[in-house]
Design a protein around this ligand. Structure first.
Ligand code: PEP
Ligand code: MG
Length: 322
């Protein structure tokens, strides 16, 4: 089966009824790009930049970061590359960054919240990204956004850093898209408003499920609540996709759900534009998508969203196969 999938590496992800979606790779280091390309990844949907900051004695320098971003962009050779700004804090600690102890780290100072609180650290990352932007097709996204104000603040800092570089006569790409990860219910509910301001959405289903179900994604005692097919999650996803499309914006997904065999037909039927996953899942997902019909699935969405439980959804999707 693997050999059969490998033949699909250079094919687009097109459904039986000629609907095309983008299949992208998630990476954690520049070394991961090779395997995304080998497995037929058409873009990078998520570059987690945490590795640059972890296992170190001090913050990575601007040049160190610049080299890493440049390497990824050059290897991608003009293909879209979404880099996520630092998503750390909460449970992930850095030895050189003293943060207050928090009783609820997942509800605390993490990701964009931490970056806005440590503006110099954030500016250094944005400077490195902007300098690297001329080497490829860079898009930037902010993790764990909760309010419009956070996005505006992040964007303002980005524009300020860009102006600064231009005044130093350093070349930057003028048309970098700025997007957000949709990981909080607050953003999902306000997706219509966010869609007017951001350039794209990428649904971080791992966190969106955690925060919607109010269940720590690492806590085995409540792992039964980690339910990607729960209709509450599916209704959120539908709202997010519809809101983005109403404003002509692209919406992808880069959480685990994007590679899930049961979720893929649902996401396809709802109109998700981009599926981003680890390299090892791309060929299997492409093979599955090529056997599905978007129009047929689209007609099932209302019914799926009317179901009451995750298990009912699972059984219904299974029944479509036979
Ligand atoms: C997510 O939350 O779905 C996501 C992709 O981000 P991470 O898993 O890095 O939190
Ligand atoms: Mg996340």
């Amino acid at each position: 089966q693997k050999a059969e999938w490998q033949l699909l590496a250079n094919e687009p992800a097109i459904t039986l009824d000629s609907h095309r979606v983008e299949l992208s790779g998630n990476i954690g280091t520049p070394d991961d790009v090779e395997s995304v390309l080998k497995n037929g990844g058409e873009a990078i949907g998520l570059f987690r930049t945490e590795f640059l900051y972890m296992g170190k004695e001090q913050f990575p320098t601007e040049d160190e970061q610049f080299e890493a971003y440049k390497s990824v962009l050059e290897q991608m050779n003009g293909k879209a590359t979404i880099v996520r700004t630092l998503d750390i804090g909460g449970d992930k600690e850095l030895p050189y960054l003293q943060l207050p102890h928090e009783a609820n780290p997942f509800l605390g100072l993490r990701a964009i919240r931490l970056c806005l609180d440590h503006e110099e650290m954030f500016r250094t990352q944005l400077r490195a990204l902007l300098r690297a932007s001329i080497y490829g097709n860079l898009r930037i996204m902010f993790p764990m956004i909760t309010t419009i104000d956070e996005f505006r603040q992040a964007k303002e800092i980005f524009l300020d850093v860009k102006q600064q570089l231009i005044s130093e006569k350093i070349d930057v790409n003028e048309t970098i898209q700025l997007g957000i990860m949709v990981e909080t219910p607050a953003v999902a509910i306000l997706a219509d408003i966010f869609a007017k301001e951001v350039d794209f959405f990428s649904i971080g289903s791992n966190d969106l499920i955690q925060y919607t179900m109010a269940a720590d994604r690492m806590n085995e005692h409540v792992s039964y609540l980690y339910q990607p097919y729960n209709p509450s999650i599916l209704r959120f996803i539908k709202m997010i996709i519809d809101a983005a499309h109403k404003e002509g914006k692209m919406v992808g997904m880069c959480g685990e759900m994007a590679r899930d065999e049961t979720a893929i037909p649902i996401l396809l039927g709802m109109g998700l534009d981009e599926f981003s996953m680890s390299a090892s899942s791309i060929l299997r997902a492409r093979s599955q998508i090529q056997k599905l019909s978007k129009a047929t699935l689209e007609n099932q969405i209302d019914h799926i969203l009317s179901l009451s439980t995750a298990d009912e959804v699972l059984q219904f999707i299974k029944s479509l196969d036979s």
